[in-house]
Design a protein around this ligand. Structure first.
Ligand SMILES: [Fe+2]
Ligand SMILES: [Fe+2]
Length: 362
């Protein structure tokens, strides 16, 4: 198997792109029948993914020309911009998507209307694949985050391909593709920023909850594949999460003070360690990087897109990541002092290093 290809179910594979902060998940499913197979790709990605897709298609079903179905969860370029290239070399493949998605995707040009199958035109939400007998269900993820967003449930595997829903930026460390507790931070940030309104998230979770049997695996287009107890756990946490417009409108009395406290800290940091000060500001203000929750102007923060408690946690984690070990505690102390000076509530504690305590007993 090529690097970055993972089996996550029966004849169900994930091709993971290589970015370390926010990657794409491209899924392949081979439905095996007695006379023939039906080969599907879900959210095929960008032109950067084309060579890998060609290689994987060869490995899984003898070549991209044997591709039958291209399922699109929504219209975003991170999953559709490859489409003209792929339909050109997969002459049999049909594009399955909502009409809302197709209306925009066809603007890439070079894709005949005849290649498109509208999910809304199926007689039922549950579809049986004639050649193989497999059943799949289309589940709406309306406004999560696009009005025509769709998910696809594979009954045999009990895998729900969920598009952007339940996806995340990458906060889990280490190899592999399955979520653990540390994946939650990335899921939370992604939904707070990208989902438009909490009610839409709740309704999408309600729709997933009616699936029978209930999914064992959630396979999103970004972040980690969620399985086992974490499926229900992360869905319940999302149910209570305030996102998007609701988050912006939520009056947070401490927000202004938090911004002042952070800027005060960044200013002081320049005196203590100019290099770290620079690195920290660069890491939170990289242009076009939506994985940073901060809005910056020059060397100062002007706004952030998360609740204050989450914004300061992101900064704390960055200090841990970037500070040289011998300076880490000094800088954290400085950060805590700035927060406390402006009465910004926090739960940070300085962990004394064992060696330092041992030094006391020399
Ligand atoms: Fe998207
Ligand atoms: Fe996406």
């Amino acid at each position: 198997m090529i690097k970055n290809l993972f089996k996550i179910g029966k004849d169900f594979f994930l091709l993971k792109s290589e970015e370390s902060d926010f990657h794409r998940n491209i899924y392949f499913r081979v439905f095996r029948g007695e006379k023939r197979n039906v080969n599907m790709i879900m959210d095929p990605g960008t032109k950067q993914d084309l060579n890998n897709i060609i290689t994987v298609s060869k490995e899984l079903f003898g070549g991209i020309n044997n591709l039958d179905l291209i399922f699109l969860s929504h219209q975003d370029p991170d999953l559709t911009s490859i489409l003209p290239s792929i339909v050109a070399i997969a002459p049999k493949a049909k594009v399955i998507a909502s009409i809302d998605t197709w209306r925009l995707v066809k603007m890439y040009g070079d894709i005949s209307e005849k290649r498109f199958v509208a999910i809304e035109n199926f007689k039922s939400d549950v579809l049986t694949i004639k050649a193989t007998g497999h059943r799949v269900r289309f589940v709406s993820a309306m406004y999560c985050h696009f009005r025509g967003a769709m998910m696809l449930y594979d009954y045999e595997n009990r895998i729900l391909f969920s598009g952007d829903f339940l996806g995340g930026v990458d906060t889990r460390k280490g190899e592999g593709v399955f979520a653990d507790e540390s994946s939650w931070d990335g899921i939370k940030i992604f939904h707070e920023i990208y989902m438009p309104i909490s009610g839409a998230v709740k309704e999408t979770i309600d729709r997933i909850s009616t699936l029978n049997p209930f999914p064992e695996i959630i396979a999103p287009q970004h972040g980690d594949v969620i399985k086992g107890d974490l499926v229900v756990e992360f869905m319940s946490r999302l149910y209570d999460l305030t996102v998007g417009y609701d988050l912006i409108k939520k009056v947070e009395p401490e927000k202004e003070l938090t911004i002042v406290a952070i800027n005060d800290f960044l200013e002081q940091l320049k005196g203590v360690s100019p290099q770290l000060g620079r690195e920290l500001i660069d890491s939170i203000s990289s242009a076009g990087n939506f994985t940073s929750p901060f809005v910056t102007k020059g060397d100062a923060i002007t706004d952030f897109k998360l609740p204050s408690s989450d914004a300061i946690k992101v900064l704390w984690d960055k200090i841990e990541l970037l500070a040289p070990p011998d300076k880490e505690n000094e800088i954290k102390t400085l950060f805590i002092a700035s927060l406390e000076q402006y009465n910004v509530p926090h739960k940070f504690k300085i962990e004394e290093k064992i060696e330092e305590i041992e030094d006391l007993f020399d």
